[in-house]
Design a protein around this ligand. Structure first.
Ligand code: UDP
Ligand code: MG
Length: 310
């Protein structure tokens, strides 16, 4: 019998654990008919509420429910990595606990995967209905920017909700970087991927775990992880200002030779100095971002630490 693993990252999702279980198990008859068993792997990302207890209670009722608990909050990316590496199924699905990734799409995803013979079926929401407009605006800008800067295609509106073959999962796990950006990694590993589109669904219960700043840092993660264009931009700015300075020097010399030097231009000098030092610090900051990420990678710390596992 084949095994289908559902990997579910959870961070303070106590109200959603049972709802998710029920929704997911509604799909069971479809898979049972195809001789596919299911396992539900909840990854408790260091929750401070009763998430782990709720999963434990489910495990008592149904042994197909598994749990990995982290020693602290390592972030969704670490939870995804842990879930994928501990999953046992030949087919693995990654989905959120808040039911924003409707399990009712599972049969359709499976059918698509079999019919098309592809290694992964990904989902994309066609609308951002129900999301704060500012968040949508910055999300759109981010996708536009990163796709211009990176060779890896990052699809706007793509969810992390995805069905994958074992081969695809192993390919993802072979990327052991700590600064993980799954949306890029999924695309980077290649293989045939089919896209399934659906209308945005709002979170069932509780609140989003992503603040604006958390998302902003995640966006920087994506850019630094999948593009070196900002480094080239820093060099470009350097060359640009060198040429500008050179032209200014010539201009100043010629002007002094013709009209004499009346020591004017003090304010404009201050402006130029502050502009150029601003640009220098900005470029230094870009280099710093890459250096910091490299530093973290070189340490080779584990991506997550398990406290408990059932
Ligand atoms: N999540 C996690 N660790 C975190 C933040 C979030 O495992 O540090 C999980 C969360 O429990 C949920 C999924 O990631 O199952 C998506 O998070 P959320 O719904 O808050 O994000 P949104 O859907 O608003 O983008
Ligand atoms: Mg959500």
């Amino acid at each position: 019998m084949e095994l289908l693993s559902l990997v579910v990252p959870c961070y303070n999702e106590e109200e959603n654990i049972e709802d998710f279980y029920e929704e997911a198990m509604k799909q069971e008859p479809f898979f049972a008919e195809k001789h596919i068993a299911m396992e539900l792997l909840y990854v408790d990302d260091g929750s401070t509420d009763h998430t782990a207890e709720r999963v434990r209670a489910l495990h008592e009722k149904d042994k197909r429910v598994r749990l990995i608990s982290f020693s602290r909050n390592f972030g969704k990316e670490a939870a995804i990595f842990a879930g994928l590496s501990k999953s046992r199924g030949g087919i693995v699905v990654l989905l959120d606990c808040d039911l924003q990734d409707p399990p009712s799409l599972l049969p359709q995803m499976y059918t698509l995967m079999c019919e098309e013979g592809c290694e992964s079926v990904a989902t994309r929401r066609v609308s951002r209905k129900g999301e704060p407009p500012i968040r949508s605006f910055f999300a759109r800008r981010f996708y536009h920017l990163i796709n211009r800067m990176s060779d890896t295609e990052i699809v706007d509106g793509a969810r992390d909700y995805r069905m994958m073959s074992r081969r695809f999962v192993d390919a993802i796990l072979s990327l052991e970087e700590i600064n993980r950006f799954s949306k890029g990694i999924f695309s980077w590993v290649g293989f045939e991927t089919r896209w399934l589109e659906y209308e945005n669904v709002e979170r069932r219960k509780g609140e989003t775990k992503w603040s604006f700043w958390k998302l902003f840092r995640y966006a920087i993660e994506g850019i630094v992880g999948f593009s070196t264009a900002p480094l080239a931009f820093a060099s470009f700015m350097g060359v640009f200002f060198c040429i500008l300075a050179f032209l200014l020097i010539i201009f100043t010399i010629v002007r002094a030779a013709i009209f004499g030097d009346k020591t004017s231009g003090w304010p404009s000098l201050v402006c130029i100095i502050s502009l150029i030092s601003g640009v220098q610090l900005f470029c230094l900051g870009i280099v710093g971002q890459y250096l910091a990420k490299t530093y973290m990678e070189v340490k080779k710390r584990p991506i997550f630490i398990v406290k408990d596992e059932i």
